[in-house]
Design a protein around this ligand. Structure first.
Ligand SMILES: Nc1ncnc2c1ncn2[C@@H]1O[C@H](COP(=O)(O)OP(=O)(O)OP(=O)(O)O)[C@@H](O)[C@H]1O
Ligand SMILES: [Mg+2]
Length: 738
């Protein structure tokens, strides 16, 4: 019986598994050179590609640098315990100079910032000039973003005390987003994508040990094996292990049919295949993608790149930049699992359908009562301007406010436009809004039923309870036009153009006024509710609407003013809310009370033209007057978020070269945050919120409200005065004597 050298569970040992170890020399040299130059590295790749083995190879090659390798698969999951544990790892495993009891000194390290302090003060033994930190299974770290930010600072700081560290982290799925994007904390690192073995390496891995063991393998059997596993490290080791067992058991060489047999065994027992099955069950996007590939559809790799590093990593890039299945063993498993698509299924897959099935109903706090007659549940956009593919799934149906944030020109408007097209269709009053290759799918909850809209699909139903506002919205129609829809006032025009014209609520008010229509009073009251400084709105004898403002304290009123004389903040609110009212009344015939109007309203740059006080109040006021409307808005400042109602959710829009515009759901409880913390939270992601012109950090005011600053300044002034007065110097003198 010959000892079986092939190993397919766990990382390889550089000593014991020498015979079956592939060196990956090119990658190894590249990364070691980078480490010597002080670079940090992120090692990415799917599960079982050999991360851990590779980390061992790096340690082995970088003999002059002291290594500390930590596997985060097993570590405390609470941040405060985690850092204490990490300090212990450092202290116990790196010989250090400190004579005092350092464990004691650092026993209160319970946060990322305290850990940063530790890193600075920690002194290894003199001989240790550099420490190579190798972090494996990085996904196990609690609040990973914070952890990575520590190393970002260490890298950037230029502090000589921190120069001693070099960091290499390894992981699979999440590491991509943590290292790649413009806003990712670890984007300071160089990246290495681990790939399958080169054909020559795979060939060696079969031939070397087989020759050593004196087992013959027929050339066609060997070629078949190579073509089936295509360099997948763990599949190849497992396959060879099974073949050595067969040769041992039957005391003969390996022939072609043995390959078919062991592949069947792999399909049932291999770990990477089990991971692949899990990937498919968890991710319907992957499912659709694979079916598309089988149906001969071309899917650009850059859009689906995540599936090359996530889980079993079943997607690779072919020579034309499209997605392909990583190897034939995976392919066979996928076909068996998904079933070969029939011709008609294949056609369906290649149609424009992005949202194929109803999503489950998602409620807030499990309350099944739906407050909003119309609400968006899922949005899926492909190939629309800067969007390559992005999706937002499972929005709770009682979400009244959806806030979009993101740096300027980061695609908030593009996303809102795509959403508008998904709701309303690709044309508005004959005008074409979007090119042919764009695909947009939107699922809406409409009066208790799910409505699935895929652009250009036969079943597409225009969603009409809808209004949309772009960033220029001060121009309103003249009264003479009687709010007829013109080219510049179609439903979506303002969102796509800068010269949109809003419908004029004053025209309708005048008509209602003369007809004694109860809507006059209702709409007037709605506008007054929105504008606390407004005492009244009246129709004059000259058929003109005028606005009467009031003084804050004593209720004294000012001279009546026409719309165009009002402050721009008031104008923008009256104009927009007026337009919303007109459209929603037309879309909800039979409804009299404005509070009963249902629909979806998109507003780009909600905070535009508004004083901060107004920005804060607006969401609340709009919720008050339109409790049944869902608002989807983009904002630039954190202030509207201070007024975000409880059932709000937040999306961050980001953009980078590879993935295009992406929309990410932020899971943040906003109610307890002040503007400072909102700005530095992932909603706005600002690292620094001190004044650009501020020179000394000591002088930054940390009071939360301005009146406190004034008060503190006064106290300070009095203290200084007191310190200078003769009385205080006398007291001081007496003290000195004692
Ligand atoms: N350099 C190598 N040479 C030969 N086989 C390898 C090599 N690296 C990995 N393998 C094969 O892949 C298996 C997994 O290796 P390793 O544990 O290093 O991968 P990993 O990416 O860290 O896996 P996990 O995703 O479970 O953390 C090994 O048991 C071995 O079969
Ligand atoms: Mg590993």
């Amino acid at each position: 019986m010959k000892k079986n050298p092939y190993k397919f569970i766990g990382p390889l040992s550089l000593d014991k598994d020498k015979l079956v170890l592939v060196h990956r020399n090119a990658d190894l040299e590249r990364i070691c050179e980078g480490i010597e130059n002080g670079e940090y590295w992120g090692i990415l790749g799917p599960r079982q590609i050999g991360h851990t083995t590779f980390l061992r190879q790096i340690i082995d090659k970088m003999k002059d640098i002291f290594p500390l390798d930590i596997d985060f698969q097993v570590c405390p999951r609470k941040e405060k315990h985690f850092y204490l544990w990490l300090v212990q790892e450092f202290i116990e495993r790196i010989p250090s100079e400190q004579t005092e009891d350092i464990s004691k000194k650092w026993e209160d390290v319970d946060s990322a910032s305290k850990f940063s302090g530790f890193l600075k003060e920690f002194k290894p033994e003199k001989d240790i000039k550099k420490i190579l930190l190798l972090f494996d299974e990085i996904e196990g770290v609690p609040r990973l973003q914070n952890f990575l930010k520590i190393w970002r600072k260490t890298y950037i700081s230029g502090d000589p005390e921190l120069k001693k560290y070099t960091v290499v982290i390894a992981g699979s799925s999440e590491l991509v987003s943590l290292t790649e994007e413009k806003t990712s904390p670890f984007n300071i690192a160089d990246k290495l994508y681990m790939k399958d073995f080169f054909p020559e390496e795979s060939r060696q891995l079969i031939e070397g040990p087989f020759a050593r063991l004196n087992i013959k393998i027929a050339p066609n059997a060997k070629e078949k094996l190579l073509s089936q596993v295509n360099g997948h490290p763990q599949l190849l080791q497992h396959a060879c292990n099974l073949l050595v067992d067969t040769a041992n058991k039957e005391a003969r060489g390996i022939v072609e049919k043995d390959i078919d047999e062991i592949i069947n065994t792999l399909l049932k027992t291999n770990d990477s295949i089990a991971t692949l099955e899990k990937d498919l069950k968890e991710n319907s996007v992957l499912n659709t993608l694979v079916q598309g590939i089988f149906a001969g559809k071309k899917n650009p790799f850059h859009i689906h790149k995540e599936f090359s590093t996530r889980g079993a990593g079943c997607i690779v890039e072919d020579n034309n930049g499209n997605c392909a299945i990583r190897n034939k063993v995976y392919e066979k498993f996928l076909k068996d699992f998904l079933g070969t698509p029939t011709a008609s299924e294949a056609r369906k897959v290649s149609a424009n359908i992005l949202i194929k099935e109803d999503s489950t109903s998602t409620y807030f706090d499990g309350k099944p009562k739906e407050l909003l007659p119309y609400a968006i549940k899922q949005i899926w956009v492909k190939n629309y301007y800067g969007i390559k593919e992005t999706r937002v799934l499972n929005i709770p149906v009682n979400t009244q406010w959806i806030f979009l944030t993101g740096e300027n020109s980061f695609g908030k408007t593009v996303f809102l436009q795509a959403l508008a097209i998904g709701l309303f269709g690709d044309r508005d009053e004959g005008k074409i809004l979007v090119g042919d290759d764009a695909k947009i799918g939107v699922e809406i909850r409409a009066k208790g039923k799910n409505l699935r809209n895929n652009l250009r699909d036969k079943g597409f139903k225009k969603f009409t309870h809808f209004a949309a506002y772009g960033s220029s919205r001060l121009e309103i129609q003249s009264q003479q036009t009687k709010n007829e829809i013109s080219e510049k006032s179609t439903t979506t025009y303002g969102l796509f153009n800068t010269d949109g014209v809003l419908l004029n609520i004053e025209s309708d008010l005048i008509i209602w006024y003369y007809k004694n229509d109860p809507k006059f009073e209702i709409v007037k009251q709605t506008l007054l509710d929105l504008l606390p400084h407004m005492a009244d709105i009246i129709v004059t004898k000259k058929d003109e609407v005028v606005y009467i403002e009031k003084e804050n304290q004593n209720g004294e009123t000012y001279v009546p003013l026409p719309f165009n004389k009002l402050a721009s903040g008031h104008k923008s609110i009256i104009a927009m809310v007026g337009d919303i009212l007109i459209r929603l009344y037309r879309q909800n015939p039979g409804i009299l009370e404005s509070k009963e109007l249902g629909g979806i309203v998109i507003i780009d740059e909600l905070d535009l033209h508004l004083h901060p006080k107004w920005q804060r109040k607006l969401p609340e006021l709009l919720s008050l007057v339109f409790p049944k409307v869902q608002f989807i808005v983009s904002i630039h400042s954190p202030i509207p978020l201070l007024g975000a109602p409880v059932n709000s959710i937040f999306f961050k829009v980001t953009r980078n070269k590879d993935d295009g515009i992406q929309v990410e759901h932020l899971d943040i409880k906003i109610q307890n945050l002040l503007p400072n913390s909102i700005l530095t939270s992932p909603i706005f992601d600002m690292d620094e919120i001190t004044q650009v012109n501020n020179e000394s950090l000591d002088e930054v005011r940390t009071e939360d409200i301005y009146s406190k600053i004034i008060e503190n300044d006064k106290i300070q002034e009095q203290l200084e005065k007191a310190a200078k007065s003769p009385r205080s110097s006398r007291i001081k003198g007496e003290k000195d004597k004692k």
